[in-house]
Design a protein around this ligand. Structure first.
Ligand SMILES: [Zn+2]
Ligand SMILES: [Zn+2]
Length: 381
């Protein structure tokens, strides 16, 4: 089926469409009208902000990093929390969300298979994919079988609709009664929260696949974007995420704005999370240096009289490969040996030392490519 036929013939998904019309409609009409007519209490605004934060984090920490990617393990208390607030986000059940997301990673950008392929345009990847029943959006739970063993996931799946009502109407209603602003609370902490949380999540599929940098890979459209990381609880470091999806972090540097990472790490100190998975630094550096080479090669290939520079770069590239090969060999030798006799502790230390050396070497090489390209730039200026 061609792309255009698929687009024209896909029937409208009325459940999603009505849901979007109602929530957006209320948010752009009743919310400002009520504010101008009666005003909102400070407690109502604070509730809106807190609940928006909690709802968003249930999607990023729970639906995304925990359930879609198994980036860490979570205590049942935290899983129940995520299941409840994830339902409050009104982004479908854990099973549906994670199944679609795993397909997105597996077939990223494929216009026929990726449910929210960025190659089908900004609107499609943002919301368009949900308002019609495209074949690419059909879910098959075969890829979430591991989640079906989680009783909390299955409980949320079974009682999704009552949980949605309890979290989106029940909770704001209760808060409204406590703070004496029932309608205000329903409008802000209910409707407006849903709409803002929606778009914040949708940005990751649309904007984080369009604007930003690609420091680790250019094999897909995913981008790193610090500004959107700020809006999306850290998910804006999407280029990193697409290459190293099992890492519980998306922003890997300490200064990267990634509250989801901080929350997961914080929970580990009180036993709510464990087995936090990270990608070894040397692998991250390897990917970065590889991208640097690629960019430098492309640049020099286009330029005239760049033979000398190309040659220098090629030499660096040979060194890079030799370094990686040497390292891989040392690794396998060491592993063979340890299998025979060496103590586990010693092995860990030795490997850590090697990782460290390799990281240093890659770092130095990255600096050399940078200065090489800077020199080249100066020479042609
Ligand atoms: Zn992901
Ligand atoms: Zn993506």
């Amino acid at each position: 089926m061609s792309k255009s036929v698929q687009k024209e013939k896909a029937p409208i998904n009325w459940t999603a469409t009505i849901m979007f019309i109602v929530t957006t409609g209320v948010a752009v009409t009743l919310v400002p009208w009520y504010g101008m007519t009666y005003g909102y209490e400070t407690s109502t605004w604070v509730s809106y902000l807190v609940l928006t934060w909690i709802t968003g984090m249930a999607i990023t920490g729970g639906y995304h990093r925990l359930w879609s990617h198994n980036a860490y393990d979570a205590h049942p208390i935290l899983r129940v929390w995520y299941a409840l607030w994830g339902a409050a986000a009104l982004e479908n059940t854990i099973l549906d969300w994670c199944s679609g997301h795993r397909v997105h990673h597996r077939h990223c950008d494929d216009v026929d298979k990726d449910p929210y392929s960025a190659k089908r345009g900004l609107w499609f990847s943002h919301m368009g994919w949900m308002i019609r029943e495209y074949p690419s959006g059909r879910v098959d739970f075969a890829n979430v079988k591991n989640l079906m063993k989680d009783p909390i996931v299955m409980w949320q799946y079974k009682y999704y609709v009552p949980i949605v009502f309890a979290m989106n109407i029940g909770v704001p209603l209760a808060l409204g009664l406590i703070f004496g602003d029932v309608w205000g609370m329903l409008l802000l902490a209910g409707f407006l929260r849903i709409v803002t949380t929606h778009h914040v999540t949708f940005f990751i599929n649309s904007i984080a696949h369009k604007w930003g940098s690609q420091p680790y890979t250019d094999e897909n459209t995913a981008r790193d974007n610090a500004f959107f990381a700020f809006l999306t609880h850290g998910e804006g470091y999407h280029n990193y995420h697409h290459i190293f999806q099992t890492d519980y972090r998306n922003g890997i540097r300490w200064f990267h704005w990634d509250p989801t990472k901080w929350f997961i790490k914080g929970c580990s100190y009180v036993g709510l999370t464990s087995n936090l998975r990270t990608v070894p630094d040397f692998k991250i550096r390897r990917a970065m240096v590889k991208m640097q080479f690629k960019r430098a090669q492309e640049k020099l290939a286009k330029a005239e009289n760049s033979e000398k520079w190309t040659e220098l770069l090629e030499k660096e590239y040979e060194k890079y490969h030799a370094m990686l090969n040497e390292w891989a060999e040392a690794q396998s030798e060491k592993l063979d040996e340890t299998r025979k006799q060496l103590k586990e502790k010693w092995e860990k230390n030795a490997i850590r030392q090697q990782y460290h050396e390799l990281e240093e070497q890659l770092h130095e090489q990255s600096q050399r490519i940078k200065s090489l390209m800077a020199e080249y730039k100066a020479s042609v200026a």
